[in-house]
Design a protein around this ligand. Structure first.
Ligand SMILES: C[S@@+](CC[C@H](N)C(=O)[O-])C[C@H]1O[C@@H](n2cnc3c(N)ncnc32)[C@H](O)[C@@H]1O
Length: 317
């Protein structure tokens, strides 16, 4: 029996019934895609959505449908996720993730902690393939000499979690109590007790959430006083010339790469549209503050001219 069939059918149902002109065209040349990109007229940045609707890339959809559509995207890209990230970012996503983890310095810091310290309790939300979790544990173990810090990877998508569990088998944490995978929606983390988390991370996940404010308030709830919220996400490019080049690249090339490498143009079209839709650095900083978190300094650090940014917030003590 072909176990892929229902999943592919579901993806077609969820992605196929909308504007998806491209899915009827098996192949488009790069210059056609660039021309399409130039003709893209994204809807206004902060559209007034009718009650009960939200955006899915550039489309307006019923809120109840967004989660399913996002689920279909990530089920579709799960098995090719890492290769596609490398193609799309020319490998830079690895450097951003390394920097993110180094900057957070997870684990018992031998210079500042006492020997009774039990390590950090880290929650990596939308952690799918485990990219951030493995880095956190490696860093805590090798740099901070901490064998106690643990990471719970929470993700809404079982296919992404399955990829993460598979990848964990080739790490030292495969059967370790320091690494756990749980299926969960970032907006309702009922299984995580109040004030129990030292560090909440979310990398390239939050732009996919239906209610980002709700997820931020859940982050506030689960963090210990003094605990840190840290988000690595695509953001807004600062330089207009670089921005024009970047938009041409992302709208022109990324869906095309998705089509050629993964046979899935629609999912990658959604990914670039969702990046365009995500709030600016200052807007997102304000959302973090609205959730009750204190923002250090200006609140974020731009990476590669603002293609991505790291935002942080601290739960007041
Ligand atoms: C682009 S991937 C990021 C994976 C990983 N953090 C990384 O940096 O490589 C986005 C992830 O967000 C997850 N996701 C989307 N909506 C979610 C939600 N409401 N709650 C939890 N995870 C969600 C998806 O299933 C997917 O695994």
């Amino acid at each position: 029996m072909n176990v892929q069939a229902p999943r592919i059918l579901l993806r077609r149902q969820l992605l196929g019934g909308v504007k998806r002109r491209a899915s009827r065209e098996p192949y488009r040349c790069f210059s056609c895609s660039v021309r399409d990109a130039q003709q893209q007229t994204p809807p206004p940045k902060s559209p007034q959505h009718a009650q009960g609707t939200t955006h899915f890339g550039f489309e307006t959809v019923a809120e109840a449908l967004k989660e399913q559509k996002v689920g279909a995207v990530f089920s579709s890209v799960a098995s090719s996720y890492d290769a596609m990230n490398d193609f799309m970012s020319l490998g830079i996503h690895r450097l951003w993730k390394d920097h993110f983890v180094r900057n957070l310095n997870p684990g018992r810091n031998p210079l500042t902690s006492s020997s009774s310290d039990q390590g950090w309790n880290i929650l990596d939300i939308a952690g799918g393939t485990g990219d951030i979790a493995f880095r956190m544990l490696d860093y805590a173990s090798t740099i901070n000499n901490d064998a106690h810090t643990k990471v719970t990877v929470a993700d809404i998508n079982p296919d992404m979690l399955a990829e993460g569990r598979k990848r964990a088998l080739s790490t030292p944490y495969a059967r370790s109590p320091r690494l756990k995978f749980v299926e969960a929606n970032a907006e309702t983390l009922d299984m995580i007790p109040d004030s129990s988390i030292d560090l909440y991370t979310v990398a390239f996940g939050i732009r996919n959430f239906t209610h980002k404010g709700t997820a931020l308030r859940e982050a506030y709830r689960v963090l210990k006083p003094g605990g840190v919220f840290a988000c690595l996400e695509f953001s807004k490019v600062n330089n207009p010339l670089f921005d024009a080049f970047y938009k041409r690249w992302s709208f022109g090339a990324i869906p095309l790469i998705g089509q050629v490498v993964a046979g899935d143009r629609d999912s990658y079209q959604y990914l670039v549209e969702s990046i365009e839709r995500f709030p600016s650095q200052t807007e997102f900083r304000d959302m973090i503050q609205d959730a009750g978190l204190l923002v250090p300094g200006q609140g974020w650090e731009d990476l590669t001219g603002g293609i991505a940014a790291i935002h942080k917030g601290v739960k007041p003590t």
